[in-house]
Ligand binder design. Structure first.
Ligand code: R5P
Length: 281
């Protein structure tokens, strides 16, 4: 078994390979003058674990090319961050179910798929091969334990993140709660004040994705105004689109952390162990 990774997933791919005791497939990537991607892999084994997050059009093309280049072998696909999963239904007439389109495209030529904290579990049913996800709530909990906060409140910014927050909180036996969020636009959300009143200790906001940072910045501002001592944020997939980092810092967020499903300076804990264990099952 060998592990082949796309350019944006090299660090996580190497960690997964280490957990599996597998070698890495050397992959060279370049571009034709018109921008098309050219890719060539080194020697393969009987089975290839292809690791690549879906972040943009180019990352999808690179992933499809890598899967194709490994077709002589059995391909187990790991998509640490499955982009487009938030468009999981036709919200307005005429829209695509983008998550379905991606899942179908990525099912071709692979025998199974493993992903990490997918935005909605129902998206897994769109893959035409067996697909599963791993939940990094225990890793988030371990990371928070290491911060040494005294009795932090683990807070979900909306109802959708409630079960994730509860799973994180169970690691340290911490209290958990959720806020009410209304999305106004892609960048703007409204967060209602906490129903149970102010929390004057430390709060750790946990979510699956930080994109523009709008959700957690609004929550942090409200919590700080209510008197929280410190507000920290931990997500699984740190997209940090545009000026997200500045927005989060100016909202008073202290510690800011994400996993390595999308490699960034905020990657403080890894998905490698849980992914390797899922592949071994
Ligand atoms: C939405 O339901 C997700 O769980 C995240 O809360 C959302 O994607 C975060 O986006 P942003 O950082 O742009 O507010």
């Amino acid at each position: 078994m060998k592990v082949a990774c796309t350019g944006r997933s090299r660090a996580l791919g190497a960690r997964i390979a280490e957990h599996l005791g597998a070698g890495i497939v050397e992959t060279n990537l370049s571009r034709f003058p018109d921008g098309e991607i050219y890719l060539r892999t080194g020697p393969l084994d009987e089975t290839t674990v292809v690791v690549g997050s879906l972040l943009s059009g180019d990352s999808l093309v690179e992933l499809l090319l890598l899967i194709d280049a490994c077709q002589r072998t059995e391909v187990l696909l790991v998509v640490p961050y499955l982009g487009y999963a938030r468009q999981d239904r036709e919200f307005k007439p005429g829209e695509p179910v983008s998550a379905r389109a991606m899942a179908r495209a990525l099912s071709r030529g692979v025998s199974r798929v493993v992903t990490v904290n997918i935005h909605k579990e129902s998206v897994l049913s769109h893959f035409t091969v067996p697909a599963s996800q791993v939940n990094l709530a225990p890793e988030v909990g371990e990371y928070i334990s290491g911060l040494g906060l005294e009795n932090p409140l683990i807070l979900a910014p909306d109802r959708g993140a409630m079960s994730f927050a509860a799973a994180v909180a169970s690691v340290g036996g911490w209290e958990t709660d959720h806020l009410e969020k209304t999305r106004i636009s892609g960048e703007e959300v409204r967060i209602e004040p906490r129903k149970d009143g102010p929390w004057t200790g430390d709060v750790v906001l946990v979510d699956d994705i930080i994109s523009t940072g709008g959700t957690l910045a609004s929550a942090a501002r409200m919590l700080r105004a209510q008197g929280a001592r410190g507000v920290h944020a931990v997500c699984v997939h740190g997209l940090f689109a545009g000026s997200a980092r500045d927005l989060l810092r100016s909202a008073g967020i202290g510690q800011l952390a994400a996993s390595d499903t999308i490699e960034s300076p905020e990657s403080r804990y890894s998905a490698a162990g849980p992914v390797a264990r899922a592949l071994s099952r």
